[in-house]
Structures are given as C-alpha cells and as structure tokens.
Ligand binder design. Structure first.
Ligand code: PAF
Length: 295
C-alpha cells in the first residue's frame, strides 16, 4: 500500500471497487495517527470491504494565530500504522491538490457552526464541513467514521449529510482514552509534562457530571458549575467553555429530562486547546411528572 497524492489517481484506484458495488469506508484524518484514529480504522475495517484513510492537514479550518504551522505531521509513521491495521488506500494530498485556487463555495452548517467551539474558533466548522464535503466527493465512500470526541464536528457532519442528501452512513465512534482518562488527541503530544499530568482533570470533571446526573441533578447550571469547580482545582487549566446541551441538536437545555444530553468542555493548557465531551442518558427518574402527578 503506497500513498496516493492526487485526486485523479485516487479515483482511478477506486473505480473498479465502486463499479463492483463494494462498500468503501472513509476515515478522514489530519494525520499524526494515534489509538483513537486507529479505532476508527478498525471500525471501518470491520464494516466495509475497502478502507480509505485520508491524511490532510486542512488549512481552512485553522484560524489566524492557531497551530497550523506546528500541527504534528509524520507521514511515514502514519503509513506504518495504516499498513498494520489493514488499510487499503491512504489518500495524502498536498494543499495545492485540494485547493488549486481559492474556493468560491463554502459549506456553512449554521447555526451549528457558529455556537460553542464556533464562537472560540470562527470559521473552523465551515472549513471542516467544506473539506469533508470535498473528501466525500473525491472518495465516494458508502460509509464514513468520525470520533465522538469532536462532538460538535460530528453533529455538523451528520447535519450536512442529511441536508445535502449524501448517501453515506456516518458512524460516530466513542472516544478512546489514555490510562488516566485523557482523551487521545494529536495535540496531547504538544503538552509539556506538567500540563499532560494536569489534563487528566478534564475526564475527572466529566465523570463528576455523569455521576451528578445519575444521582438526579436536573439543573444544567449546577452540572456546569460542578464541572468548572473540578477543573479549576488544577491551576494550570485555563477553562475556555463548559456547556451542557441536547445530545442530538446541541440546543440549550432548561432541565435535564428524558433525552440524552452532552457535556462539552474546552480547556487550554499552555497554548494547547483540548476538547472533550461526555454524553449522558438521563436516568429514568428524570421523567417529567405527568399532569397532576406529584414530582
Ligand atoms: O477531525 C479531524 O481530524 C478533521 O477535522 C477532519 C474531519 C479530518 C477534517 O479536516
């Protein structure tokens, strides 16, 4: 398996597979592959006849002053991982191949793109949605696999696929974690050792949120405050946002009820922005009292 760098070569390589009706699973990545990515690949391998991994550090999803230049890149190590996990095709285009000219077309899944992380990173989700749409059009997958860690991204992509009638089955894969609970991320390797140790507090805070909801706390504000308190114990943590939203729509929630919610956290350690999430299905006792029923 050698990497393919051009759209024309990729289309040629997949033509026969597509003609014979084989299932094609795409795992879009920005490289620097870790256990989290390889879990996506394993899911794709189990579900599809052909597995394609794209490796492309997409400049349009990075804002000015963000870490595009220092984003970790190691194509040889990525290829070795892909070979070890039975990937059929690695598509690793250069920026010129994907953006030969400035785009006149952009996909904006609003308002999902402008809330939460979209506030901190304006333009980020427009960049993500547009490049994922391009990858879908280039690869023509039947299935695509994304990590739940990037929960808002997954929600944006699901909505884009629905709105634009892509016939692609989207699978969200649960977050893979390090031993201390820190979500696997390419950015973890940029943490200095003290921040790396401190960052375990994020998973601890999300565990606390889950415990409180299971114990019957129904006030989103109380959950958010508890998460913030837990993280704030770590002096190195710079909390950027903690939100509790409806797990499907990301709409605000007034009272935690019967439908699943998601707690979303972004925390900066030094100049590294980490994100994490926990979806929680409210306990059956969360059922709203029926009319006339005493709560
Ligand atoms: O999650 C990522 O690595 C990127 O946002 C993606 C989906 C590959 C688009 O560039």
């Amino acid at each position: 398996m050698t990497p393919i760098h051009t759209i024309a070569d990729l289309r040629r390589a997949l033509e026969a597979e597509r003609r014979s009706g084989r299932t094609i699973g795409l795992v879009p990545t920005m490289g620097s592959l870790h256990r989290g990515h390889m879990t996506l690949v394993d899911r794709a391998r189990a579900a599809c006849e052909i597995v394609v991994v794209s490796i492309f550090v997409n400049p349009t999803q990075f804002g000015p002053g963000e870490d595009l230049a220092t984003y970790p890149r190691d194509l040889d190590a990525d290829l070795a991982e892909c070979r070890a996990h039975g990937v059929d095709v690695v598509f690793a285009p250069g920026v010129e191949e994907i953006y030969p000219e400035p785009l006149a077309t952009e996909i904006d899944v609003a308002p999902l793109s402008t809330i939460l992380i979209g506030v901190e990173r304006p333009g980020h989700f427009q960049g993500v949605a547009t490049v994922v749409a391009k990858l879908f059009n280039i690869v023509g997958p039947t299935h695509a696999f994304f990590g739940e860690k990037d929960y808002q991204q997954l929600t944006v992509i699901r909505r884009m696929v629905r709105d634009l009638s892509y016939g692609i089955a989207i699978t969200g894969v649960p977050t893979v974690r390090e031993e201390d609970g820190l979500a696997c991320s390419s950015r973890n390797q940029k943490l200095v050792p003290e921040d790396r140790a401190a960052a375990a507090v994020i998973a601890k805070a999300l565990g606390e949120a889950e415990r409180l909801i299971a114990a019957g706390v129904r006030d989103p504000g109380a959950i958010v405050a508890a998460v913030e308190r837990t993280i704030a114990v770590e002096a190195r943590a710079d909390i950027r946002s903690v939100d509790l939203r409806d797990a499907e729509t990301l709409a605000m929630v007034e009272t935690i009820g019967e439908t699943p919610v998601v707690v979303l956290v972004t925390v900066r350690f030094g100049d590294v922005l980490l994100i994490d999430q926990r979806t929680v299905a409210a306990a059956p006792s969360a059922k709203r009292p029926a009319k006339g029923e005493t709560p």
